[in-house]
Design a binder for this molecule. Structure first.
Ligand code: LLP
Length: 417
């Protein structure tokens, strides 16, 4: 459920007409709904109810400081994958002891920042990284809290580019090798084993793969306990899918039930890392229809947002529903919705019927709150879009549109030119 609904054929975000925001701030534009973000957090939190849990929102889905602050105020932790995300999280007021740090390529500087901040745990992805963290902790006179990320070799049944829990993926430590890695971690003098972690992929639309991964990790936790290696946290990653088209992903309730059932007899704090499910349907991208180009074989509906603004259709063939911001009478238009970038992969939709629209109209690209702005770039020297948050009948800019000066900021002409 989200708060982008039509009233008298005009799309609203909560109580504000989307067209009013676009008239004020131009396009392309990302709009996020405060009520939807709140609702998604509450749905997760309630679903896990009395089970000890920490929701570590996965920052990578949307790192805007206002969204991070909202989540911080609601009491979430954060899943980060870089020093930059850690910095943003701390700046937004997320307590360090609720921050889990994943990623296969943590640098020395990033490890130091995490150690000095006092994070909840490092989710360690290789034996080599374990040694590096231990060495840095020793140098800084600290003990590093660590979980090992297990690669359970589970097929998440999602797009191969966002599947992470199979042998062929670069993530985690193979389940066959993980007991040895735990033994090694246990013996190191500057690390402290606190948990187990997995993350099998993203946009997962059934509970089966989660349960399969849980079962395998649970037996590992029992084995470790038998060896005197205590585990306080079970980090189940993120990955719960959302509805973009006709998917019917499990609700947080069903997901929570499936997870909690596996660990019912196992006293442990569950760490959750939802990203997409928290922010995906809480945001839309608004773009303006510029030109209708009637090509030899199809229509090109040319809009002012490109793959630099929303890259998901280009790289994953992802579906985003596109609809008119103000519905009008007339014949629906079908075609490829394309942007101004000089690449044939610059499309938001292929052969799509998008309703009765004419050049000049605004279009809403739905479910763009996750991996939308966060993956945007300045390709083709396009300033990045503006981001806005709506609460009730109020809206405020939460990131200004970039201007041409921003494009060259940081560039230096060398003295020898
Ligand atoms: N935890 C870890 C360790 C992750 O790598 C990810 C996502 C998450 C949590 C959050 O997963 P979520 O709940 O959002 O599925 N750019 C792609 C998605 C890449 C996801 C990468 N890792 C897309 O636009 O579909």
């Amino acid at each position: 459920m989200h708060h982008f609904q039509y009233q008298n054929n005009a799309l609203y975000c909560e109580d504000v007409p989307v067209a009013d925001i676009a008239a004020n701030l131009g396009t392309p534009l990302f709009i996020y709904s405060h009520a939807t973000l709140t609702r998604h957090f509450q749905a997760f939190d309630k679903a896990f109810g009395d089970v000890d849990h920490i929701i570590c929102y996965s920052a990578k889905a949307n790192t805007n400081g206002a969204i991070l602050k909202m989540f911080a105020d609601m009491g979430t932790g954060l899943d980060v994958v870089s020093g930059g995300e850690l910095h943003r999280g701390l700046k937004a007021g997320i307590p360090a002891n609720k921050i889990a740090y994943a990623g296969v390529g943590k640098t020395q500087d990033e490890i130091d920042l995490a150690l000095n901040s006092g994070i909840l745990m490092f989710n360690v992805e290789s034996f080599e990284e374990l040694q590096a963290i231990n060495a840095r902790a020793k140098a800084l006179g600290k003990k590093a809290p660590i979980s090992l990320r297990v690669n359970p070799n589970v097929d998440a049944k999602t797009h191969p580019y966002i599947s992470t829990g199979m042998k062929k993926n670069k993530f985690g430590i193979a389940k066959e090798a993980v007991v040895e890695a735990y033994k090694a971690a246990h013996e190191l003098d500057s690390t402290e084993v606190v948990g187990i972690d997995f993350h099998i992929g993203s946009q997962i639309t059934q509970v089966g793969p989660f349960v399969e991964a849980m079962e395998s990790v649970k037996s590992l936790a029992a084995e470790l306990k038998g060896m005197g290696i205590g585990i306080n946290y079970l980090d189940v990653g993120g990955g719960l899918g959302i509805n973009y088209d006709d998917e019917e992903p499990p609700e947080p309730d069903e997901y929570a039930k499936a997870i909690c059932k596996v660990i019912a007899d196992f006293p442990i704090t569950v760490v959750l890392e939802p990203g997409r499910a928290m922010v995906g349907n809480a945001g839309i991208m608004v773009t303006r229809f510029l030109y209708l180009k009637e090509g030899a074989t199809k229509n090109f509906i040319i809009v002012d947002a490109g793959m630099n603004d929303l890259i998901r259709p280009s790289i994953y063939g992802a579906f985003h529903l596109i609809q008119p911001v103000n519905k009008r009478e007339g014949d629906p238009l079908t075609g490829d919705v394309v942007g101004p970038i000089c690449e044939s992969t610059d499309f938001l939709a292929k052969d799509r019927e998008i309703g009765a629209v004419v050049p000049g109209d605004l279009l809403a690209v739905m479910s763009a709150g996750a991996y939308g702005f966060a993956m945007s770039s300045n390709y083709n020297s396009r300033p990045r879009a503006c981001e806005v948050m709506v609460k009730g009948n109020a809206f405020e800019v939460i990131r200004q549109r970039e201007n041409y000066e921003d494009l060259t900021r940081g560039e230096v002409i060398p003295t020898f030119l």
